[in-house]
Design a binder for this molecule. Structure first.
Ligand SMILES: O=C(O)CCC(=O)C(=O)O
Ligand SMILES: [Fe+2]
Length: 495
């Protein structure tokens, strides 16, 4: 049947189905030339083609929306299923040199693991020929454990390299050097008072005076008040007048008299930093690669993060509960992106988005990593110290922590110190990520920390990456070749 016939037949019947007596007239006025009637087959074909293209577009759009909203999850599961030794596919954005427009990283989103539920086990492919199991330890914070993340040999090499480099005290004793400095400066009591009055309220809380790394139990505080007899009006605060009555170094002498012990410090350990970039020991580079695969954070971000920190606790060593990274307010700068920050920012924190902690040996006694409020229903700072029980005190109260991880050689634990902002970037600090190292009761404890630093201020992270990726001017050819790769300015003096 031709198109013409179709048209005529269609016109032959009225809507009521009765035969029309009107003279036959084509239903659609046509221009002379090719047949373009809406009732023609070619028109039908064109419509169908458009219709299909439209459907395909809609499907493509749906896929795009789906992938961009749950990319992290998708990437994670894809990578988890990948056969051993197959490298996780990085987003092209994370590898390429950043273009100059400030939005260059807008499409880079951070993958976040799915915890599913406590005890959930996922298989992860991190090294060729081996599948690791990753167990969810808590959802608040999102915390995982991966046994056998490092081999025995790797643990040994990391400890040996740290020893070779030399470990230093993680926290200096409070009185070391301070007395000499104070004498040298010959400060007046008012000047010292001002220095100590952190919140500038014209009063000294004892915590302000003694805050420098000394861990004060409620009993300590009472003892200090009584010992100093400085608080004449007994209101728990020192006014400038009360402060004047003390000799300049009364506090120091008090501390010396009582003999501040290492055990009274916030942390009692030694540590060093190991660079993991080009030219570093093969094992260190491989650990960095493995961490990148595990966390699925773009390479560049891992490359621009702090080096590996190796920590050694002797018997009696500890680290009271703390956050690896603080809250980020609009006026807070991140240490690693300081270069790209407004220099007048009053606060600074390390912006450690993820902590990956490796146990380099199995500890004979104690030394667990404690998470006092993990998976608590609510977080309330006040509840941390109740009835003289300070949950942050890992020397006394580790047994009251919600979660403790036993140090086992080669095991890695990792957690997020910040929540997601819901748009694939870093959100607010996760208060539940509070943790500490319980006192080592027997033997020594070796750990390593790999922190992944990400600035919650997306644009600042972007600017920083641009800054460090730009080759310096007036370099010779050889240097230019080297500088086409992102170079990291040292953020640790001791590297
Ligand atoms: O020693 C531990 O188990 C915890 C160490 C820690 O929290 C740290 O080094 O920041
Ligand atoms: Fe920590």
């Amino acid at each position: 049947m031709t198109d013409n016939q179709e048209t005529v037949e269609a016109e032959d019947v009225t809507p009521s189905g009765r035969s029309s007596t009107l003279p036959l007239r084509p239903p659609c006025e046509r221009l002379p030339g090719p047949k373009t009637s809406v009732c023609s087959r070619s028109y039908f074909v064109v419509v169908m083609v458009f219709f299909h293209v439209y459907i395909v577009n809609v499907i493509a759009l749906l896929f795009y929306v789906h992938y961009s909203s749950s990319s992290g999850q998708e990437d994670a599961s894809r990578s988890l299923d990948a056969p051993s030794g197959v490298h996780h596919q990085q987003r092209p954005e994370s590898r390429r040199t950043p273009p100059s427009k400030p939005e260059f990283m807008r499409d880079v989103s951070l993958t976040r693991m799915e915890g599913v539920r406590v005890g959930h086990v996922q298989k992860v492919s991190l090294v060729p020929g081996k599948v690791h199991e990753m167990r969810t330890l808590s959802l608040k914070p999102l915390l995982f454990e991966i046994p056998g993340f490092l081999s025995d040999d790797e643990c040994r090499v990391v400890m040996q390299l740290a020893q070779l480099k030399g470990l230093m005290e993680s926290q200096l004793m409070v009185q070391e050097g301070q007395e000499e400095l104070a004498k040298e400066l010959n400060l007046r009591p008012e000047e010292i008072f001002n220095l100590l009055d952190i919140n500038q309220d014209g009063q000294l809380q004892l915590q302000e005076v003694l805050r420098d790394g000394i861990w004060l139990t409620p009993e300590n505080l009472r003892e200090i008040y009584a010992g100093l007899k400085a608080d004449k009006d007994d209101n728990g605060l020192l006014s400038l007048e009360e402060f004047r009555l003390l000799s300049n170094d009364a506090f120091q002498r008090f501390l010396l008299q009582r003999g501040v012990k290492r055990s009274q410090l916030v942390r009692n350990s030694r540590h060093t930093w190991l660079y993991q970039g080009k030219g570093a020991h093969r094992v260190l580079q491989e650990i960095k690669e493995r961490v990148t695969r595990l966390t699925r954070v773009p390479h560049t971000l891992v490359d621009l993060s702090e080096p590996l920190q190796v920590v050694r606790y002797e018997e009696g060593g500890h680290y009271h509960a703390h956050h690896d990274s603080g809250p980020v307010y609009p006026e807070t700068a991140c240490s690693h992106t300081r270069l790209a920050a407004n220099t007048s920012t009053p606060f600074e924190t390390s912006c450690r988005y993820i902590t990956v902690l490796f146990y380099l040996n199995s500890v004979d006694g104690g030394g667990e990593t404690a998470f006092p409020v993990a998976d608590n229903r609510t977080y309330d700072e006040v509840c941390l110290i109740q009835n003289d029980v300070d949950l942050m005190d890992t020397r006394r109260n580790c047994d009251k922590s919600n979660l403790r991880v036993r140090p086992t050689k080669g095991t890695a634990v990792f957690w997020y110190n910040y929540l997601s902002d819901g748009r694939g970037w870093v959100g607010v600090q996760d208060e539940y990520a509070l943790h500490g190292g319980c006192v080592v009761t027997r033997g020594t404890k070796w750990i390593a920390n790999k922190w992944i630093n990400v600035d919650p201020d997306y644009q600042r992270q972007a600017r920083y990456q641009q800054l460090v990726s730009q080759p310096p001017e007036e370099e010779n050819d050889e240097d230019l070749t080297m500088n086409t790769h992102i170079q990291k300015p040292s953020i640790h003096q001791d590297l």
